[in-house]
Design a protein around this ligand. Structure first.
Ligand code: OAD
Length: 248
């Protein structure tokens, strides 16, 4: 059976009956909050900006002021955004089922603002500041053109993971463990192009989980999912939540 938002009944039942749901979210989850994705045609950030100029350690060493201008623009944009019904539905779902692990590639903090707890930030956080030399979180004057570490005087960088950098170890360990342990894995609003995050669904599948994708567009990985639900998070996730409640 498939409901109005295109959710197969078996997918609803899997989520409703799960012992542990692991969720991976990507930029598509925040699209309806007005935060641009990276790769959508026309609106994606990487359609307009070159990540090699803005999102690598080499770019920061070359021109830290340029990198900071771009991240300040993104901070302002996210500060004005509000969580959407997709974020809220995930926070509500977590309170309804025995265990939900939320792993996000997003750096915008909108899951937390929607009420999600213990969010695993796979690619860091837009609003933290890290010392470039010592790689520790610092409290500094983030309004300066290039903020400086109060401890060692080195340049401070935004606390996000850039291309070519390692995923924070605790985030990697917790996410891989959750993917291997869950009985349902939801991949939501991500193009599944960036590894290692995109590999979590495969870990879950090989460990016996039912794997479900939510995305208005097919991805390179859609065929490998048990269910690929075509739709926007703001519609599909509240609907999924309502369906899991209805059959209780
Ligand atoms: P992408 O921009 O690659 O993909 C966003 C996905 O969201 C696409 O597959 C869209 O079809 C989908 N989408 C758009 N609107 C949606 C909506 N309303 N509801 C559901 N899905 C929607 O973003 P990510 O997969 O998150 O990394 O990108 C992964 C990483 O690449 C990012 O974390 C970032 C980027 O470079 C770093 O900065 C390290």
């Amino acid at each position: 059976m498939i409901d109005a938002a295109g959710i197969p009944g078996a997918a609803v039942a899997a989520v409703r009956d799960a012992r542990h749901v692991c969720v991976l979210t990507g930029a598509g989850v925040s699209a309806e909050s007005g935060v641009p994705t990276f790769r959508d045609a026309q609106s994606g950030l990487w359609e307009k900006f070159d990540p090699l100029d803005l999102a690598t350690p080499e770019a920061f060493l070359r021109d830290p002021a340029l990198v900071w201008r771009w991240y300040r623009w993104r901070r302002d944009l996210v500060a004005m955004a509000e969580p959407n019904p997709g974020h809220v539905a995930l926070a509500t779902l977590a309170a309804r089922i025995p265990r939900l692990t939320l792993v996000t590639q997003n750096v915008d903090g909108l899951h937390q603002r929607a009420g999600s707890k213990d969010v695993i930030e796979f690619h860091g956080n837009l609003f933290t500041n890290r010392c470039f030399a010592e790689d520790c979180v610092v409290d500094c004057d983030a309004g300066a053109e290039v903020p400086v570490c109060p401890g060692c005087g080195s340049n401070v960088r935004p606390g996000v993971v850039w291309f070519g950098e390692a995923i924070p170890e605790h985030a990697l360990d917790q996410s891989f463990a959750a993917a291997a342990d869950c009985d349902v894995f939801l991949s939501i609003g991500t193009s599944s192009l960036v590894f290692p995050a995109a590999g979590l669904a495969e870990i879950a599948k090989q460990s016996g989980a039912i794997v479900i994708e939510v995305n208005p567009n097919p991805t390179g990985m859609s065929a490998g999912f048990d269910y690929a639900i075509a739709g926007n998070v703001g519609i599909v996730l509240p609907d999924l939540l309502a369906c899991t409640a209805e059959v209780e």
